[in-house]
Design a protein around this ligand. Structure first.
Ligand code: MN
Length: 203
C-alpha cells in the first residue's frame, strides 16, 4: 500500500488567528508530505506495504533493523500529523459526556488537566509532542514523546496530541512556545477527541 497525505477537514486559514495560514500550508504540504514520501520509500518492497500504519507502529520491534528508525521517524510523523489535523477545528467545542467524566476523575478538573498537559508540552525539550493517551489499563494519561515517536509504540492510544516542533509555530510565535500552547486550547475539536476516546475504550 502506498500511504497518502490526508486532506485537511478545513481550509488552511480556518484556524486563524491561532495558527496562521502559511504555517498550516507548509506544515501539511511540506512537512507531512515529506513524512509520507519517506515512509513509502522506506517500506517499498517489504511486507509492511500491506499493513496499516497504526499496526506497524504498535509492532515496531518486528520491523527489520535496517528500516526501523526510518519507520519510527516517518511512520510516526505520518500517524501523528494525521491525528493532529483531526483534533483541530475552527468550531468552538467543549469536552463533555464520558470523556469529561474521565478527565475529571483522573485530573480532578478540566482546568487542572489543561495545566498538566500544557506543562508536558512546554517542558518537552527540543522537538516532540504532548499527548493525552489511554494507557494499558485504559486510563487517561498525559505523556510527551521526542521527535516523531508514536505513543502507539509504547502500547498507548493517543486521543489528543499537540505538535511542539518549531515548524508548528515558529512563523507566528517565534520562540514563544507557551503562547502557541495557550492558543491550542481555543481550537480543539473535542467531538473528535471524544470519538477517539470512545473507540479506544470499546476496543
Ligand atoms: Mn509537525
Amino acid at each position: 500500500m502506498k500511504y497518502n497525505l490526508p486532506k485537511l477537514p478545513y481550509k488552511y486559514d480556518a484556524l486563524e488567528p491561532y495558527i496562521d495560514e502559511q504555517t498550516m500550508q507548509i506544515h501539511h504540504t511540506k512537512h507531512h508530505q515529506g513524512y509520507v514520501d519517506k515512509l513509502n520509500k522506506a517500506i517499498e518492497g517489504t511486507e509492511l506495504e500491506d499493513w496499516e500504519i497504526e499496526e506497524i507502529l504498535k509492532n515496531i520491534e518486528k520491523v527489520e533493523d535496517k528500516i526501523r528508525q526510518a519507520v519510527i521517524n516517518n511512520g510516526g510523523g505520518h500517524a501523528n500529523h494525521s491525528l493532529f489535523w483531526q483534533i483541530l477545528s475552527p468550531e468552538k467545542t467543549e469536552p463533555e459526556g464520558k470523556l469529561l467524566e474521565a478527565i475529571n476523575k483522573k485530573f480532578d478538573s478540566l482546568e487542572n488537566f489543561k495545566i498538566k498537559f500544557s506543562e508536558a508540552a512546554t517542558t518537552r525539550f527540543g522537538s516532540g509532542w504532548a499527548w493525552l493517551v489511554l494507557n494499558e489499563k485504559k486510563e487517561l494519561q498525559i505523556i510527551s514523546t521526542p521527535n516523531q515517536d508514536s505513543p502507539l509504540s509504547q502500547n498507548k492510544t493517543p486521543i489528543l496530541g499537540l505538535d511542539v516542533w518549531e515548524h508548528a509555530y515558529y512563523l507566528r510565535y517565534q520562540n514563544r512556545r507557551p503562547e502557541y500552547i495557550e492558543a491550542f486550547w481555543k481550537i480543539i475539536n473535542w467531538k473528535k477527541v471524544s470519538e477517539f476516546y470512545e473507540q479506544a475504550t470499546s476496543d
